[in-house]
Design a protein around this ligand. Structure first.
Ligand SMILES: Nc1ncnc2c1ncn2[C@@H]1O[C@H](COP(=O)(O)OP(=O)(O)OP(=O)(O)O)[C@@H](O)[C@H]1O
Ligand SMILES: [Mg+2]
Length: 370
């Protein structure tokens, strides 16, 4: 078959055009303000929240490497994803029977949906989910730097610049989550992971709930020493995002001082101290840190620092450039030693156990929405 010169030239030009089109990767949009980040973030979140994401993975698609930590309903394990060019991931295994005994199905559905729909530099990323007869599984980004609890325990306390670096990332993350109508309810160093780059990743959305921007809820949950007085009260109290700001106050104190702001041998004694704001501020604590902690740990909700604007504008953050932090253009106080994609040296050794398997799906109905 004869091809004319013209056809040949056209064919070559068309091929080049196709190649050019496929080689140009779109440049990511650079947002100029947090307002823009939040606007786009919310649109993206709403779109994903409506989607029913199907799962495309099973236990047999992964090689189990190591236990990373214990969870309320099981454990979190490092896995190698055989079907995805051998990438590594952290898989949270939650036993169905344990969930039903200690929590509600609603909680795990919220955890999955919130992880699926959120996307922020300082929140752990969702990859996939699946279930079998015995367990529910959340496949997440593996954060190899270990948890903040371990790092803080080793260092005893952090200097002002390091504390501010972490507290500022939690503040930005709370701004994002609260803007989406999500309250986290379990902020504590054990749930803050350190990324390979030294920046934070908030993990564990097991108590997070979407209550809506003006919403309230009354479920009493969380970890006692980080719980706001309205959560510790015996009577039923409707609360909102304020509880996360309280937890931020506890953590700011804990990172700066190396112990908890309200220490007591009995829960009633702790409540007494909380309600009277009996906090001892060591002399080395800088004035702005004391003011921030005191503002966040205000038992009276009318006076507590509870809006992102108020917190971000606080003199404690006068040196923080929020957009530079968002884009990770600041230097972290330390970068964890991570030797390979499967390095688990930053995690305390935990003995591994086989994952429970059941021959029958006795709780199929209860977990049909997962
Ligand atoms: N993405 C991850 N990468 C690395 N380690 C992780 C990851 N997610 C969780 N872990 C480890 O597993 C531990 C338990 O995970 P997680 O906090 O999500 O479980 P949980 O059931 O909600 O536990 P709890 O209620 O006790 O906080 C964490 O403290 C952390 O050490
Ligand atoms: Mg946890």
């Amino acid at each position: 078959m004869l091809i004319s010169i013209r056809d040949l030239i056209e064919k070559v030009l068309r091929k080049r055009k196709d190649e050019d089109a496929s080689s140009t990767t779109p440049t990511p949009v650079e947002y100029e303000s947090m307002a823009e980040v939040l606007r786009q973030g919310k649109a993206e979140f709403e779109r994903k929240w409506q989607l029913k994401m199907s799962s495309s993975i099973r236990l047999s698609d992964m090689e189990i490497c190591k236990t990373l930590g214990f969870g309320k309903f099981g454990r979190v394990i490092l896995v190698r994803l055989l079907s995805r060019q051998n990438a590594y991931a952290a898989t949270k295994v939650m036993n169905k029977r344990v969930i039903l005994a200690h929590s509600t199905v609603e909680c795990v559905i919220f955890e999955k949906k919130i992880l699926q729909a959120t996307s922020f530099p300082f929140l752990v990323r969702y990859y996939d989910h699946f279930k079998d007869n015995a367990n529910l599984y959340l496949v997440l980004e593996y954060v190899p730097g270990g948890d903040m609890f371990t790092h803080l325990r080793r260092a005893n306390r952090f200097d002002d610049a390091s504390t501010r670096f972490y507290v500022a990332q939690i503040t930005l993350s709370l701004e994002y989550l609260h803007h989406l109508g999500i309250v986290h309810r379990d902020l504590k160093p054990e749930n803050l992971m350190v990324g390979v780059d030294g920046f934070l990743k908030i993990a564990d959305f097991g108590l997070a709930k979407r209550i809506g921007v003006r919403g309230k809820t009354s479920t009493k949950c969380g970890t006692k020493v980080y719980m706001a007085p309205e959560l510790l009260a015996m009577r039923r109290v409707y609360y909102s995002f304020d509880v996360d700001w309280w937890a931020l106050g506890v953590m700011t104190y804990e990172m700066t001082v190396g112990r908890m702001p309200f220490e007591a041998s009995h829960p009633m004694e702790m409540l007494y101290k909380i309600n009277r704001r009996q906090i001892r501020y060591p002399a080395y604590m800088n004035e702005n840190t004391v003011r921030l902690v005191h503002g966040l740990l205000e038992p009276n909700l009318k006076y507590r620092l509870v809006s992102t604007q108020q917190v971000k504008a606080h003199p404690y953050f006068q040196k923080t450039n929020w957009m530079q932090l968002y884009y990770k253009k600041v230097r972290p106080p330390f970068v964890p030693v991570v030797r390979s994609a499967r390095d688990t040296n930053n995690f305390d050794p935990i003995s591994d156990e086989p994952i429970e398997e059941w021959s029958e799906d006795v709780f199929a109905k209860e977990f049909e929405d997962f």
